[in-house]
Ligand binder design. Structure first.
Ligand code: ADP
Ligand code: ASP
Ligand code: MG
Length: 476
């Protein structure tokens, strides 16, 4: 496909209400005169949460939830349509289309309430409604400005495996389908507005890519269509040296590498879905993070080389809602296969391990997973170690959910001595207890576990220690 094609993705707050959608449309209209564009859109902010909550509430047998959902979503999207579309006939046609999608979601909630069971498929379908609504609003807003915006369902473009709730793309099939479906539209100078977050199996069954997955949709399409760049429009000026909600004087990083961005996303920088860089890094397609509320700002560019600075640490990040699980006991010293058995059990529980740490005495193996996976993981571990527990070789399997992971990230940390020492002495001065340190993590980060209540203080003190509130000079 054409070399100059750009992908622009707008996140939930960037399409949060009618005014925001208008602002997004203005950005697209201005860019559309410079060459072909494919737009990817998230649901209006809060909508996916509301849909998922309604699905779970319905599963408890409450049929009234569907009506309440219909009323709130109807009102929210109608208000946006009123602001965006002047012509009464066009507005009525749009609202009819929106109502149809809302009715479908409400119908699935009603069915769920009747069955008192929420299947993963039903949850995927219900939670995908937000993007189907916002894509139509933005496409119509573009039409109002004289650009031929066309809402396109990602089920027709992104082919995935069959894993509900966190599907993975099949890139060859996606490339074929997306090219076939979009070529004609792009030749006609239309601007496809694609539903983020959604895909479909080869057989056409709807899937979703996981929470926050619209970023991933954008880079999947960027790679599939050989785009020249992917621009992710959000509500902050770019990738910052820390989450601005934790560190008010965090600064925007002008350029970072794919590795750095991937580490930051993996260790909690919500600004990017953790898998965002996977499809584009090999092809070297640059990704921009920009603020749709301040489009005059340059944002952050993510490239192969990044923007090397003399300082090793570029950003500090943190994840909460995680749990530390410890498998331990004197009997496991020298006992072969304990680590293997532990992580097989974790894999059987389908939990993603964020950090692993083993003390040199080998009395304990500890690792961190997302708290949502902890109950399942603990029962798998108890099952796998039933024999060892009975024979006291494994003495305990414990869980601590009052923790957070903090990570310092930077490409040039590799081979730099003293960074870990500085981290630990700063935390020591602040009386912040380090519960565990990652072992064998990538060379681009140092990550460790602290008590949840110390997370903010740990991030702030490290941010200051490494001077991240000050501008960094670029080195070549
Ligand atoms: P969108 O709806 O556009 O996808 P998200 O809410 O998913 O936006 O991500 C943007 C948010 O990520 C920001 O508002 C910010 O609070 C948070 N964030 C966390 N860490 C960082 C960071 N290092 N740099 C920028 N933003 C961050
Ligand atoms: N709307 C989806 C979510 O809230 C996807 C996204 O916003 O990226 O998770
Ligand atoms: Mg997001």
């Amino acid at each position: 496909m054409t070399q100059t094609l750009r992908i622009m993705k707008f996140g939930g707050t960037s399409v949060g209400d009618g005014e925001c959608i208008q602002r997004a449309a203005d950005i697209v209209v201005a860019a559309a005169s410079d060459g072909p564009l494919v737009v990817v859109v998230s649901a209006m902010s809060g909508v996916t949460n509301r849909l998922i909550a309604a699905a779970h509430e319905s599963a408890k047998g409450d049929a009234g939830v569907a009506d309440a959902l219909k009323a709130t979503l109807g009102q929210q999207h109608q208000t946006a349509a009123d602001l965006l579309v002047k012509d009464p006939e066009k507005r009525a046609a749009l609202v009819t289309e929106l109502e149809k999608i809302i009715d479908e979601a409400a119908g699935l909630c009603r069915g769920t309430a009747l069955l008192r069971e929420l299947t993963p498929r039903a949850l995927d379908s219900i939670s995908s409604s937000g993007e189907r609504l916002s894509a139509r609003l933005l496409a119509q807003a573009l039409q109002e400005s004289g650009v031929n915006g066309v809402a396109v369902e990602a089920t027709e473009l992104i082919v995935t495996d069959d894993v509900a709730g966190r599907a993975e793309p099949l890139m060859n099939e996606t490339r074929e389908r997306a090219t076939a479906r979009l070529s004609q539209l792009l030749e006609e100078r239309a601007v496809p507005v694609v539903t983020g977050f959604i895909g479909a199996t080869l057989e056409g069954k709807l899937t979703t890519l996981g929470r926050g997955g619209s970023d991933y949709s954008a880079t999947i399409l960027g790679a599939a269509l050989d785009a020249s760049e992917v621009i992710i429009w959000t509500d902050v000026d770019g990738v910052l040296t820390a989450d601005p909600r934790l560190v008010p004087d965090a600064r925007t990083l002008p350029e970072i590498s794919y590795n750095e961005a991937a580490e930051l996303a993996y260790f909690g920088a919500k600004v990017l879905h953790p898998k965002t860089l996977r499809p584009v890094s090999e092809a070297g397609i640059p990704v921009w993070i920009r603020n749709s509320f301040s489009p005059e700002k340059a944002g952050t560019q993510i490239t192969s080389t990044g923007h090397p600075t003399a300082r090793g640490v570029k950003a500090i990040t943190a994840i909460s809602d995680v749990s530390l699980i410890t498998v331990g006991g004197r009997g496991i010293v020298g006992l072969p296969g304990i680590a293997g058995k532990t992580f097989t059990a974790v894999a059987d529980a389908k939990a993603n391990v964020l950090l692993i740490s083993q003390s040199s005495s080998e009395n304990d193996i500890c690792f961190v997973i997302n708290s949502v996976d902890s109950t399942r993981t603990i029962s798998e571990l108890r099952r796998a170690f039933a024999f060892h527990l009975a024979h006291k070789e494994v003495e305990h399997i414990t869980i601590n959910s009052e923790i957070a992971i903090v990570a310092a990230v930077g490409d040039r940390m590799r081979g730099m001595t003293g960074i870990a020492g500085r981290i630990f002495s700063v935390l020591g001065q602040r009386n912040i207890n380090i519960i565990a340190i990652a072992q064998g993590s990538s060379e681009f980060n140092v990550s460790f576990v602290v008590e949840a209540g110390s997370m903010r203080e740990a991030v702030r003190s490290l941010h200051r220690e490494f001077g991240l509130h000050e501008r960094a000079e670029r080195i070549e």
